[in-house]
Design a protein around this ligand. Sequence first.
Ligand code: NAD
Length: 463
Amino acid sequence: MSIDKQVVTPADIAKQVRGGFDSGRTRLLEWRASQLRRLRALLIERETELLDALASDLGKPAIESYVTEVAFTRAEIDLALANLDTWMSPEKVTVPLTQQPAKARIVREPLGAVLIIGPWNYPIQLVLAPLVAAIAAGNAAVIKPSEVAPASSRALAQLIPEYLDPECIAVAEGGVAETTALLAERWDHIFYTGNGTVGRVVLEAAAKHLTPVTLELGGKSPAIVDRHANVAVAAKRIAWGKFINAGQTCVAPDYVLVDRTLERPLLDALASAVHAFYGDNPRSNPDYGRIINDHHFTRLHGLLETGGVAVVGGVTDAADRYIAPTVLTEVVHAAPIMCEEIFGPLLPVIPVDDVDAAVDFVNAREKPLALYVFSEADSVAERIIETTSAGGVAVNATVLHVAVPGLPFGGVGASGTGTYHGRAGFETFSHAKSVLNRPTRLDVPVMYPPYRGWKQKLLRRLL
Ligand code: NAD
């Protein structure tokens, strides 16, 4: 369903899914499981349409789209289907002796009608994975894909009503005006993925209705290469995480802090890795993507021009929105490239004296969404984990922690609030309702006034 003022308004959509939720069917295990199975069928039967849309929006290689968008979402569905029963079961809690006889439990109830707003960089996965969690937890939902990836948004708007219960799950297309109108409605949860500036707009809108919010934001995620690192492997893993989707990944390593003694070997290894991955001319390599639009191309071009010396790449073509996989040295710390999230294929490499200097560098900035440590020394990795704060950490890896379903995914501080993936997503879209149940056959009067004599003594003894 698209938002067309003549046809259906954001208020209509909100009313419709609230009606779907109020029908009570989203609470049922059967409804949740059937919707998840239908979503799975959509991903399998209509994969080609989804991959074509992603190629049109981002020039993504089909296999990359399959792995990072389709297969990723399918894995979330399969995990939810396998665990729904357990996740939905009430959790028994011990009651203290002083309140016996009684039983206590935690019941996970759905929040209601929820709004999911997604960004353009993984335009399918980043609305569907939260949707999986919302459905698993028994909610009705509206997803609002990013207008910046129009083909993906259109594909979702066409396919979802064909597969899912249209009274409970809707797709709202549109840009700032439509999203603003959606945000003015009352929701039981808003799940937003995107930049922090809009995150503040979402928080303000949510405050009017006291609506809880999950913010999945970004930031400058550092990769620290310690002097004990396996440089050849580190370079390959950093280059892969950075240049996949042409650097437009929220958990891409934004910049590298390398032990000064390893700067030259790391730069050489990064050059070899980029060459091995994308050849002499990445531009004609089908495995390398493009920048999403002219606005971001111009922004990245500006960062490149003032960003330092390109030792790898540095080539751009505005007409094709192409920016080569680029590694930069001699980066000025106050340059724009080190003051905003890069979100493109430019990798500054900054030498530091030691691990402490790297930690100080990270801690002097906003808390990142991801932090990567490359070291063969466990003690070094542990020290960095203990002395820094980040949404998530991967040691000798980039990006992949996001694909471990048992690990909650989310930011901290400026990189976000709240988590999802697997059980964490189910919890995000549930209210943990406490229930205490006391039988009436015994009604000891010690709790009731008047509190005199023996009652006071007994209460002081027991509590
Ligand atoms: P975007 O421009 O597509 O915006 C995201 C959503 O916000 C869109 O649906 C858009 O319609 C809506 N929006 C934009 N302006 C708005 C406004 N003024 N009022 C209301 N809604 C508005 O995407 P983006 O923000 O450019 O995405 C990139 C950012 O997202 C990066 O910072 C990246 O790190 C972050 N990100 C985070 C994650 C994560 O999981 N933590 C994942 C992907 C991207």
